[in-house]
Design a protein around this ligand. Structure first.
Ligand code: PHE
Length: 443
């Protein structure tokens, strides 16, 4: 069977950007910045994204395109030996990430409903905090929305690459961008918003520890969808003639732009309404309704925002499930429908304890963490950076000549910076990741 390809270059960029832009940008980035003191975190994050992040992004896309295979199969085809284990860790990370990702994405669907029903139309922090806490600590209702979100993800993945993933991304990504801009105008003109802007834009390096740096690194990997083979898998559907260095640059830029915009939306609102920036995972869900409550047609905007957020989450969750499904389809000969449904159901069950971590299982601790935090820790803090480390080593030391030739062939010439990129993938990225990882774990 001929491998399916993206319909166009723009289709690929938007699908890859769709994978990158998601809850990581709008839900996770603002609270990670909030917990880690704001501006200094932002600067460190930006530095890591445009060095290590961009480099690993390009490495994954090259691997995928050269091999035209899923994350495990690509390593097998290009080299074999123990290398496919890197892909296997990626598949394991995919299971973990999607299990809690879908729970949070379910919250966004629930909030679409709540914005219409009036359940969150208040600008009182206490009321909004209680509404959010009450909802996520329940059992049945959050699980119901988690099931709906997983079902949607499965549906898109089983429909295939071009008709499902690509078509959805093309329409919805631009819409999200525009709505964010509209909302920022409202947020930054709230009385008191300037303190939030200062928090995000004026770095205070006195609060920076290795912990901050390692949080920024895992956030960069999570947000750019790196380290678990999502970009290998998407790159494998890329036709041989596309310019991938340009695509990697665009995806990185778009993803970063959306994260910064989300920070500019959420943090000014946090200060304007007197929320705590270090409130953690609830931050976006409790502050934004307060912003909507201050706007004409607030319920409408709230609905639209949570709809677009749910869709952004869907274009990401689809890429996570695709990592696993592509493996079963390419290497195990399972049909796409069957693979999508079975894996989707397993991930739904794995997500149940994450959802219950907010209520019934809040006191059930694993190494001092709730199940939700454990899944997040194992995947974002460990597996993704370690995956990125080995992906860099693989491209830098094992397939560098071929990778360089691949990029050169399709850009016409070797872009001037590609030789410099060699130094980054061979030395700088692996050493920096290893160093930050070790410091972060000891700190
Ligand atoms: N990048 C996605 C987001 O920011 C999440 C994701 C992580 C997707 C890992 C794919 C792989 O929401």
């Amino acid at each position: 069977m001929k491998r399916e390809h993206w319909g166009s270059r723009l289709g690929f960029i938007l699908a890859a950007a769709g994978s990158a832009v998601g809850l990581g940008n709008i839900w996770k980035f603002p609270y990670m910045a909030g917990v880690n003191g704001g501006g200094a975190f932002l600067l460190i994050y930006l530095a890591l994204v445009f060095t290590i992040g961009l480099s690993v992004m390009l490495a994954e896309m090259v691997i995928g395109r050269m091999a035209e295979k899923n994350a495990i199969g690509a390593f097998k085809k290009l080299k074999g030996g123990a290398w496919p284990l890197v892909g296997l860790c990626g598949v394991a990370a995919a299971f973990m990430i999607l299990s809690f990702y879908s729970v949070v994405a379910g919250w966004t669907i629930a909030y679409m409903v709540k914005s219409v029903s009036g359940a969150i139309s208040s600008s009182d922090p206490a009321v909004l905090g209680a509404a959010f806490g009450g909802f996520i600590s329940g059992s049945i209702s959050p699980l119901f929305y988690h099931a709906i979100f997983m079902a949607l993800t499965v549906f898109v993945v089983l429909s295939g690459i071009g008709s499902g993933i690509e078509r959805a991304s093309k329409i919805l990504m631009p819409a999200l961008f525009v709505l964010l801009l509209v909302l920022i105008v409202r947020a930054v003109t709230l009385p008191g918003a300037d303190k939030g802007l200062a928090f995000l834009l004026q770095p205070d390096f006195s609060k920076v520890t290795w912990h901050t740096v390692s949080d920024a690194l895992s956030q960069a990997f999570f947000s750019l969808s790196l380290g678990m083979g999502a970009m290998i898998t998407y790159g494998s559907y890329l036709s041989k003639k596309e310019n991938i260095s340009g695509a990697a640059g665009w995806v990185t830029l778009l993803d970063t732009a959306v994260a910064v915009l989300a920070g500019l939306l959420v943090l000014p609102a946090v200060f304007a309404f007197g929320f705590d920036p270090a409130a953690g995972p609830g931050l976006t869900f409790i502050t934004l309704p307060a912003v909507f409550a201050q706007m004409p047609f607030g319920a409408f905007f709230a609905f639209l925002f949570f709809l677009l957020l749910a869709i952004a989450a869907l274009t990401s969750s689809v890429s996570i499930l695709e990592v696993v499904v592509a493996y079963f389809v390419d290497d195990r000969g399972v049909n796409r429908k069957m693979a999508s449904i079975v894996v989707g159901v397993i991930i739904f069950f794995l997500g149940i304890p994450s959802s219950l971590s907010m209520g019934m299982m809040a006191d059930t601790k694993f190494f001092g963490m709730t199940f939700f935090d454990l899944m997040d820790f194992l995947s974002s803090k460990l597996l993704l950076p370690i995956g990125g480390l080995f992906i860099s080593l693989f491209v830098g030391w094992v397939v560098w000549g071929a990778a360089k030739a691949d990029i050169a062939a399709h850009n016409g010439t070797v872009p001037f910076w590609i030789n410099g990129w060699g130094i980054v993938v061979k030395f700088i990225a692996p050493l920096a990741i290893a160093f930050i990882l070790i410091q972060g774990l000891m700190g």
